[in-house]
Design a protein. Structure first.
Length: 481
């Protein structure tokens, strides 16, 4: 066989390429496969208690019971697909509910609209009892405001003590952290002091430990030096408190135009990520600060504005494959009725109906915003009020359950096709799509949209295969059989 290039020349070329390929792989390792929370609940640091998550869950259940006491009312309120065809009459609704509870799988095949509404409602209720909050951010920024130094010092220490108590009593959500003030010239000293007080107090009261999945959120970033300053502060804190090196993690808030494109016309997001020195785990989009920085008036500042879609597209393009979680912002229209009952003066029927209408509109808006985020590949967002928790989980569950049958069939076919292709000597090179389908199931399982038994049955995978989180590993194991 005639060739023109020597082995040594090819070896040199291959060596240089291997170095570049390995460098690329290190920067773009892909999804971590670990659980990402579906939301972050923000609350003022002055209000945080060790059992805040449970309290928020109780308030969320009360709102759901009061304004959507059954699955039909909830489905109609948030506009689930086909909900308008569900019965209005109580007798018909009770009969349908009994049929769904007694013959769930048959009903799923014959009346998917009713099955979807009933399943989502039950799983939302179960989630609100079991794990109402997935991620909580103790806020020293917008949700807290500017206060006298002595007051913020006290709240930083008190919040840290509450976190330590929550660690002891197992009352914290699975993910938790604090949002400090921005590292601007006016606020950087205050911000660093709050971080120092909080971490130092927490480590002292917890016996040298941090909660699982603890993170510090840095808001209103404009330049990489702000991110690197936080990374350096982390290193100093770890050394001073005895924490293991690298244990403090951060997430960046992308809420200024300069965080997207810098003053030199460069895309700033990769530079911000590099400045984090391996400590960044997530990037959160700040809807209202970002739209304000674009000079968009308040009346048009909302999550589905084209300016927001542009910024989030930039986040995706810049951070895809890095393993950094992406989170969307918040719906700022709260599901709160305009009328409140006072002792000795109950609400009139008109006031009750107006409250219901206002809350249903806010739920519908929140649901639509979340669906927009999910469709765009943002699987996490912010919640600001306990009455938003039912619609958060409903939207996420609907997103996964609506396409469950198609995703199940595609994943099974991909696994079978890949194994067979290899057995006959063909090349199967669409592993990325298979991984995407596997990630779909993992996200659905992690948030409670699916039970593990359902995930195993529908995907056709074994428990070990599903938990591996790797489509390539599944194929290799099956091909070796």
């Amino acid at each position: 066989m005639k060739t023109s290039l020597s082995d040594s020349s090819l070896r040199d070329l291959a060596g240089r390429l291997a170095e570049s390929n390995n460098d690329f792989a290190a920067k773009y390792p892909g999804e971590t496969g670990t659980r990402q929370p579906v939301h972050t609940v923000y609350g003022g640091a002055h209000l945080f208690k060790s059992d805040s998550a449970a309290r928020l869950g109780a308030l969320a259940r009360r709102s759901l019971d009061q304004f959507a006491p059954d699955f039909i009312a909830f489905a109609k309120a948030i506009g689930l697909p086909g909900a308008e065809a569900l019965p209005e009459a109580t007798d018909e609704g009770n009969s349908l509910r009994a049929d769904l509870e007694n013959n769930s799988e048959t009903a799923r095949q014959n009346n998917k609209t009713a099955w979807l509404a009933h399943t989502i409602y039950n799983r939302v209720n179960e989630k609100l009892r079991r794990e109402p909050v997935e991620d909580f951010r103790i806020d020293f920024e917008d949700g807290y405001g500017n206060r006298p130094d002595e007051e913020e010092d006290g709240h930083a220490a008190a919040a840290a003590a509450e976190v330590a108590e929550g660690m002891l009593n197992s009352t914290l959500p699975p993910f938790i952290g604090i949002r400090i003030k921005p590292f601007t010239e006016e606020l950087r000293v205050r911000s660093m002091r709050t971080l120092d007080i909080f971490v130092s107090t927490l480590v002292e009261k917890s016996g040298g430990k941090l909660p699982d999945n603890f993170v510090v959120t840095l808001p209103k970033i404009t330049i990489p030096e702000q991110v690197s300053a936080l990374a350096e502060t982390f290193a100093a804190l770890e050394q001073a408190t005895g924490l293991a090196s690298g244990s403090l993690k951060l997430e960046m808030m992308i809420e200024t135009t300069q965080s997207i494109i810098n003053n030199s016309g460069e895309i700033n997001l990769p530079l911000l990520l590099a400045a984090a020195r391996g400590r960044c785990v997530a990037a959160h989009f700040g809807t209202y600060d970002y739209t304000a920085s674009c000079s968009i008036t308040a009346a048009h500042q909302h999550m589905m504005h084209p300016a927001c879609d542009f910024a989030k597209d930039m986040m995706q393009v810049s951070l895809a494959g890095t393993g950094i979680w992406l989170s969307d912002g918040a719906t700022n229209i709260m599901p709160v009725g305009p009328h409140r009952a006072v002792e000795g003066k109950p609400l009139t029927q008109d006031q009750i109906e107006e409250n219901r209408a206002v809350i249903h509109r806010a739920w519908k808006l929140h649901y639509d915003h979340i669906q927009h985020s999910l469709t765009g590949g943002f699987y996490q967002g912010w919640d600001l009020h306990p009455a938003q928790l039912p619609t958060r989980y409903a939207a996420v569950y609907a997103f996964f359950l609506e396409s469950l049958d198609a995703a199940s069939e595609r994943l099974r076919n991909f696994v079978e096709k890949a194994a067979k292709a290899t057995l006959v000597g063909d090349v199967f090179d669409d592993a990325a799509t298979g991984q995407g389908l596997l990630n779909y199931f993992l996200r659905a399982l992690n948030c409670g949209a699916l039970t593990e038994a359902e995930g195993l049955r529908l995907s056709g995978l074994t428990p070990e295969e599903l938990r591996s989180g790797s489509f390539v590993k599944i194929l290799k194991n099956r091909q070796s059989l």
